[in-house]
Design a protein around this ligand. Structure first.
Ligand code: SF4
Length: 322
């Protein structure tokens, strides 16, 4: 068996930043730290934080007044921010800047009187947050059927936006159809599907032709991980999404195969290495790291976290002086 490791794979800059925010909050402010929804959509990451005193909540009211509440990488609606303020919570905003960009675009288009056709998955945390910015002005578009069903008033100003973690190919088809039906529709200056989602899809697309099986490390609720599985399946390659080696089934593999392993943007490299070790141990697989696009994006920590770090450093300096 040969294992080809796709590159890039795994953590993106937004996930890395959100995890750092939570690490720093736990270290400097102590547990419990509350997080609105999962910090990132990955079971292993969530469980490791739970074990260290993080409480993931779905309602702001689950955090006690005065508590510390982190907003996840997927962002939240203004209503959630207001509820946190009313409850007197100390908040840390770990929203990925590329998700925040979609929020800003929604606010701008809504302010200028556009109806926004938001392409994305119903119920996803990111979509709920963006819709919350301008619920009166946003219509969710999930499929080509939804595009066909749209009946906007004749002179409505239309704009499209998308979730950051969609299939590049499927979304291009939806946008093309929107543009066909509504030639004056506008879009964002720069597309919303993020660099990490695009890079992981491109890397996998290049390798699918070589693969007998694809294994994607990631959780079931991770949109960008699921899109990697969809991509492999669309090219006729069997593909499986697993959190780690425990999710693998011997019936999926046999000796002599080429197995491509990749990981969604919220999946830790430890999950990938566990999967590879399982394949090596059972099938004597040889492992090859593939070349891929270098990702050097780094997102700055939000200012409230930088402040926490600075005051911890000052306190340490004072102690050393005394
Ligand atoms: S997948 Fe993209 S949008 Fe989501 S956190 Fe990572 S960089 Fe940000």
């Amino acid at each position: 068996m040969k294992v080809l490791l796709a590159a890039p794979r795994g953590f993106c800059a937004g996930v890395h930043m959100a995890i750092q925010c939570l690490e720093i909050a736990l270290r400097e402010l102590g547990s419990p730290v509350y997080v609105f929804h999962e910090i990132v959509h990955n079971r292993r990451v969530v469980e490791s934080f739970e074990a260290r005193g993080t409480v993931f909540i779905n309602q702001v009211e689950e955090a006690p007044p005065g508590g510390v509440l982190v907003f996840s990488a997927h962002g939240v609606s203004p209503a959630v921010r207001q509820a946190a303020r009313r409850r007197g919570l100390r908040t840390i905003d770990a929203t990925c800047p590329l998700v925040a960009k979609v929020h800003s675009e929604a606010i701008r288009f809504a302010r200028e009187g556009y109806t926004i056709l938001l392409i994305g998955h119903a119920g996803h945390d990111e979509i709920q947050g963006v819709i919350g910015e301008a619920p009166h002005a946003i219509v969710l578009v999930r499929s080509l059927d939804d595009v066909e069903r749209l009946q906007p008033p004749a002179h409505a100003k239309l704009a499209w936006l998308t979730q950051t973690t969609l299939s590049v190919e499927d979304t291009a088809r939806l946008i093309a159809r929107l543009q066909e039906r509504f030639p004056h529709i506008e879009g964002p200056a720069k597309e919303d599907i993020c660099y990490a989602t695009q890079n992981r899809q491109q890397a996998l697309a290049r390798l699918c032709g070589l693969a007998d099986v694809v294994v994607v490390a990631g959780s079931q609720n991770s949109s960008n991980s699921r899109r990697l599985v969809d991509l492999a399946l669309s090219k006729g390659t069997p593909a499986h999404l697993v959190d780690g080696a425990k999710g693998l089934h011997p019936g999926w593999f046999h000796s002599g195969q080429t197995v491509v392993v990749t990981a969604g943007a919220s999946a830790p490299e430890a999950a990938v290495q566990e999967i590879v070790a399982w394949l090596v141990q059972r099938y004597g697989a040889t492992v090859q790291e593939c070349d891929g696009r270098i990702e050097d994006q780094v997102f700055a920590l939000p200012k409230e976290v930088r402040r926490i770090v600075a005051s911890a450093a000052q306190a340490e300096a004072r102690e050393a002086f005394v």
